[in-house]
Write a protein that binds this ligand. Structure first.
Ligand code: NDP
Length: 303
C-alpha cells in the first residue's frame, strides 16, 4: 500500500491528514511542533523536515500550506523535498494556491522525474471531518486516477477540473463566489435583525428560499447567530484567495466587479480586525455599520 507524506497540519491540513491516517501510513511535517504531536499521538510518524518526508520513501506527498510560496519552499529549498524524494513520486498540493506558480513548479519538477498536481478542497474543516469535502484536481488524466485512489479515503467528492493549475483556478473562483455570498448574506442579516426579524428565523427562511446555500444553512446557525465566531478558516487566508482570484481575472481580462468589491471589503476587515482572526469575525463590520448585535438580538427572542 502507498505510504503518504503530509506537510502542513493546520486547521485544514490536520483534518485531511486525520482522514488518511485511517487507511495509510503517514509521514508528517509542520513548522508547528504541537500540530505534529497531535497527529503522532493518533498514529502518524513525525519526519524531521520536508527532506525527512522525502527520505521516508513515501511516493505520494501532500502539501496543505497557507500559500504557494510555502509550497515552493518545502519543495525546492536546500532541505526541501527535491533533495531526497524518489523519481516517480507524485506531489499533490491541497493548498489554495496560485495557478500560475503551480504550473511553474510542475514544470520545474519534470527534470527530477517528479509529478505535481493541484488538489485544493472546499467545504471547510467540518466538511473534511465529515468526509464530504470537495476535492478539485488539476493534472493529466492518469495522475487524476492515481490521486483519486488515495483521496477516496478523504471524500467521495473528487473532481477532475482540468490540466495542472485548473484545480487552483476552480478553487479561487469558488471562494470568490462564496465570499460575495457571505458579504451579501451578512448585510441582509444585519438589516433583518434591525427590522425585528428573529435572526435564526431569517436563517431558516433563507435556507429554504432562492438565496439558500452554505452561508445560510450552515454558517449563520452554527457560527454567526450563536456568536461562535470560530469556523477554523482565517480571514487573512480568504483575503489571499480573493487577491489571487482577482489577479487571475486581470490576467485573463475577465472583469470581476463583484469579486473586486469583496476583496476590498475583506481588506477593510483585515485592517480593522487584524491578521489573525477567524473569517466569521467579519460579521462585526456589518453589525457595527448597522448598529445591531445579532447574538444579543437572538437571545432577546429566547428570553
Ligand atoms: P493554517 O494556518 O491553520 O495552518 C497552516 C500550517 O502550515 C500551520 O501549522 C503552519 O505552521 C504550517 N506552515 C506554514 N509554513 C510552513 C512551512 N514552510 N513548512 C511547514 N509548515 C508550514 O491553514 P489551514 O490548514 O486552514 O489552510 C491550509 C490551506 O488550505 C490554505 O491554503 C487554505 O487557504 C486552504 N483551505 C483552508 C480551509 C479551512 O477551512 N481552514 C478551507 C479550504 C482551503 P505555523 O503556524 O507555525 O506557521
Amino acid at each position: 500500500m502507498t505510504d503518504i507524506g503530509f506537510i502542513g497540519l493546520g486547521n485544514m491540513g490536520g483534518a485531511l491528514a486525520r482522514r488518511l491516517l485511517k487507511d495509510f501510513t503517514l509521514y508528517v511535517w509542520d513548522l508547528n511542533r504541537s500540530a505534529v504531536e497531535v497527529l503522532v499521538d493518533e498514529g502518524a510518524i513525525a519526519a524531521d523536515g520536508p527532506d525527512g518526508v522525502g527520505a521516508s520513501g513515501a511516493d505520494f506527498i501532500i502539501t496543505c500550506l497557507p500559500t504557494s510560496a510555502q509550497v515552493d519552499e518545502v519543495i525546492f529549498s536546500s532541505n526541501g523535498l527535491v533533495s531526497t524524494i524518489s523519481s516517480g513520486a507524485l506531489i499533490a498540493d491541497m493548498t489554495t494556491g496560485d495557478p500560475m506558480l503551480t504550473k511553474n513548479m510542475a514544470a520545474r519538477l519534470v527534470k527530477n522525474g517528479i509529478d505535481l498536481i493541484d488538489a485544493p478542497v472546499s467545504g471547510g474543516v467540518a466538511g473534511a471531518e465529515a468526509g464530504t469535502i470537495a476535492i478539485m484536481i488539476g493534472g493529466p488524466a492518469q495522475l487524476f486516477e492515481k490521486a483519486k485512489s488515495v483521496f477516496e479515503a478523504i471524500s467521495p467528492n473528487i473532481f477532475h477540473a482540468g490540466e495542472v493549475g485548473a484545480g487552483h483556478s476552480m478553487k479561487l473562483i469558488n471562494n470568490m463566489i462564496s465570499s460575495c455570498i457571505r458579504l451579501a448574506t451578512f448585510e441582509g442579516l444585519a438589516l433583518a435583525t434591525k427590522v425585528g426579524i428573529e435572526p435564526i428565523r431569517f436563517a431558516e427562511i433563507l435556507a429554504k428560499g432562492s438565496a439558500r446555500g452554505y452561508i445560510a444553512d450552515t454558517t449563520l446557525p452554527t457560527h454567526i447567530i450563536p456568536g461562535r465566531l470560530e469556523q477554523g478558516f482565517g480571514l487573512a487566508l480568504m483575503h489571499k484567495d480573493l487577491m489571487l482570484a482577482t489577479k487571475l481575472g486581470q490576467d485573463m481580462k475577465a472583469p470581476l466587479t463583484t469579486g473586486n468589491y469583496a476583496r476590498e471589503v475583506f481588506q477593510m476587515a483585515l485592517n480593522e480586525l487584524g491578521e489573525d482572526v477567524d473569517i466569521s469575525q467579519i460579521i462585526k463590520i456589518f453589525e457595527r455599520a448597522a448598529g445591531v448585535d445579532i447574538c444579543e438580538a437572538q437571545q432577546s427572542f429566547q428570553r
